[in-house]
Design a protein. Structure first.
Length: 662
């Protein structure tokens, strides 16, 4: 009985174990089938895509950047094919050793190494970092022969940006450079489609046109879809979508005129903006000193960066767009318009000018302390009476001045198609309260008086002053200045002019007085013998404040504390084709430094004259008034990075052979 019971217990235990084992087997099979269902059915598409990704590589193909041309088709920025030596650090065990090895094969300078290290900090380990650009054929052959010893070292054929005219129009063009960490932070704000278009792109526009028209110039990135083996080698090409190159930009700049003006400045600092009054096209935008954009393409070296960034002359500052200056007496034609428009004064209203104007116990002086006697509106502009405008500003008040000047673009964005223009300062009471703390923020009558002659808190850019001058030339309609004339084959969009509501008779009165400036006034020397009538106004603006009790003496002041020389003008006076504003820093009277430059610009545009070499040298020294020497026809001058090239004079005709006498 006991034996039978033990057998039954053993049988029961066996049966339990069988059921447990069977259950475990069934559970395991169930899990396997469930996992298979999950992988094969539920995640089929995802896993298939991952599998394809493991055997298919997609390589972006960067587009060719668009060229930049001047208004006559002269190339200002282009792309040249070049062999570039690059390193991918994630594929290199010892980067310093690889750099030393490369240094034994080709020449690698200290600047190349410093630039490589600087770029490497901003890029990821698997991003290629350029070590040398523009390898010559000999260097290319040496690298190719040893490349099997150098994993992570590649020679790529890339388009390299070039600015063939060097520093000419450098501020307007801007430059491109490697995408930095700061650029990547800014790019995070872009939409996904735009970001995707920059895969594989290593350079981006940094300033000027290159920056402002980045999306237009960049083009559309293509891609190459390749089948790869397990070791990553390419087995075959599956699909290729070619990139679309960036669009060509045609600028309104006349680069030959631009180079001439830069040459006329010589070593002096300053800016000039010349505009077509009806279209708003910028013919020249000069900022001196300037810089060579080519320095930045591969990453500027330390020495050049230090030279540019730490120079007291600030060559990286675009003085035309970002430099702000008091306009001096060039403000007076606009004040005269305000006097007429407001009814504060008529054209025949006379003001006594004894050479100073008193406000309480404070004496506001005229330049040179010379009295002009009875002055009407015409004389106030031609002879540049300070007293006339001291008293006018005091009568009108700061708010009336502010509200009249703002629509001209003073203290306002002009809307030019490059980003980052400075606004300057068109002051009023609210501005001063915000700019200064406590009692210093209270507006006082003396603040208003100085505004009348373009001094005090007034500070504007040459772009703003040129835009305002163009409005005078354009019958009281303010245009929006622009640098880009054409995008690809299509005209660039432009804004319609803005009427300023000026009385045509008032404009005629002010224009007649500005013509008087060039005929018998302060700029008559510069415009002597001109074959056209121009309307202008000289200006001399303080760089530092001179006490009313002190007499201005340029010889006693350091060069950078001397007055600025300014001039605004348009020509021909009856049918203006060009309007401009120019400043020569610390050069004294507008009639001796700024106006002569304006005369050469007008001669170039209206007469097709390129000044003689001796005339250019005289203007550079501040000694040129009316042109000297024989000008060259503009058509016979070409531009180059080394300066203008004049066509060789035609050989003199040989005299006819003598006829033998019989």
């Amino acid at each position: 009985m006991s034996l039978l019971r033990n057998i039954e217990l053993d049988l029961h235990r066996f049966q339990v174990r069988v059921w447990v084992a069977g259950g475990l087997v069934l559970l395991g099979l169930g899990l396997i089938f469930a996992r298979a269902f999950y992988l094969q059915v539920l995640r089929h598409e995802t896993l298939q895509a991952q599998a394809e990704g493991n055997r298919i590589a997609v390589q972006p193909i960067t587009p060719r950047r668009g060229d930049i041309l001047d208004r006559h088709g002269i190339t200002l920025a282009r792309n040249d094919k070049a062999f570039v030596l690059e390193l991918v650090r994630s594929e290199i065990d010892d980067v310093p050793a690889t750099l030393r090895a490369l240094g034994k094969i080709i020449e690698i300078s200290d600047n190349d190494l410093k630039r490589f290290e600087r770029q490497a900090k901003d890029l990821r380990a698997h991003d290629p970092v350029a070590l040398r650009a523009d390898l010559n054929p000999t260097e290319l052959a040496r690298i190719s022969a040893r490349q099997f010893e150098l994993p992570g070292v590649y020679v790529q054929t890339r388009y390299v940006r070039r600015y063939p005219l060097g520093q000419v129009a450098g501020h307007s063009l801007g430059y491109i450079g490697r995408i930095s960490a700061r650029d990547r932070d800014s790019m995070r704000e872009w939409d996904e489609e735009t970001l995707a278009n920059y895969r594989g792109t290593q350079e981006i526009g940094k300033r000027g046109i290159e920056y402002s028209y980045e999306q237009v110039l960049h083009g559309t990135t293509g891609f190459l879809r390749m089948e790869t083996a397990a070791d990553g080698t390419t087995t075959r090409e599956l699909e290729r979508v070619s990139p679309r190159p960036g669009q060509t930009l045609t600028l309104s700049l006349d680069i030959k005129l631009q180079q001439l003006i830069e040459q006329l400045f010589g070593k002096r600092r300053g800016a000039l903006v010349a505009i077509e009054p009806q279209s708003g096209e910028v013919l020249a935008m000069v900022s001196m000193p300037n810089f060579d954009p080519n320095l930045f393409i591969d990453g500027i070296d330390v020495d050049n960066w230090k030279r540019l960034n730490e120079s007291i002359d600030r060559p990286l500052l675009n003085r035309a767009v970002n430099g702000t200056y008091p306009p001096g007496s060039t403000y007076k034609p606009f004040m005269a318009l305000l006097a007429l428009q407001s009814g504060a004064r008529g054209p025949d209203t006379r003001i006594q000018d004894p050479g100073f104007w008193m406000l309480g116990n404070h004496r506001f002086r005229s330049h040179g302390d010379a009295g002009l006697g009875a002055v009407d509106l015409y004389t106030s502009i031609v002879k540049s009476s300070n007293v006339y405008y001291y008293s006018l500003a005091y009568e009108l008040g700061v708010e009336a001045i502010h509200d009249f000047m703002a629509p001209f673009s003073f203290g306002q964005p002009t809307g030019i198609d490059i980003t980052g223009e400075s606004l300057g300062v068109l002051p009023n009471k609210a501005w001063k309260l915000q700019a200064f703390k406590g009692k210093r923020g209270n507006w006082v009558p003396g603040d208003t008086v100085s505004l009348g002659i373009g001094q005090g808190f007034n500070n504007f850019t040459m772009l703003q002053l040129a835009t305002a001058t163009a409005a005078l030339a354009n019958g009281g309609q303010r245009i929006t200045p622009h640098l880009v004339r054409q995008i690809g084959d299509a005209a660039a969009p432009t804004a319609p002019p803005t009427p300023l509501g000026l009385n045509p008779k008032h404009l005629q009165l002010v224009t007649r007085a500005m013509v008087g400036v060039s005929e018998q006034g302060t700029s008559r020397g510069a415009f002597a013998g001109a074959a056209y009538l121009s309307a202008g106004k000289t200006g001399t603006a303080q760089a530092v404040t001179i006490a009313q009790s002190d007499r201005y003496d340029a010889d006693r002041l350091a060069e950078r504390k001397r007055d600025h020389s300014l001039y605004i003008a348009f020509a021909p006076a009856d049918k203006p084709q060009v309007a401009l504003a120019v400043i020569v820093e610390n050069a004294g009277f507008g009639s001796t430094s700024a106006a002569p430059i304006a005369r050469r610009v007008f001669d170039y545009v209206l007469l097709g004259h390129y000044p003689s070499p001796e005339d250019i040298r005289a203007v550079q020294r501040g000694e040129g008034l009316a042109p000297i020497g024989l000008p060259t026809p503009v058509a016979e001058v070409s531009v180059s990075a080394d300066g203008p090239v004049r066509a060789a004079p035609a050989p003199a005709a040989s005299p006819p052979a003598a006829t033998p006498q019989k």
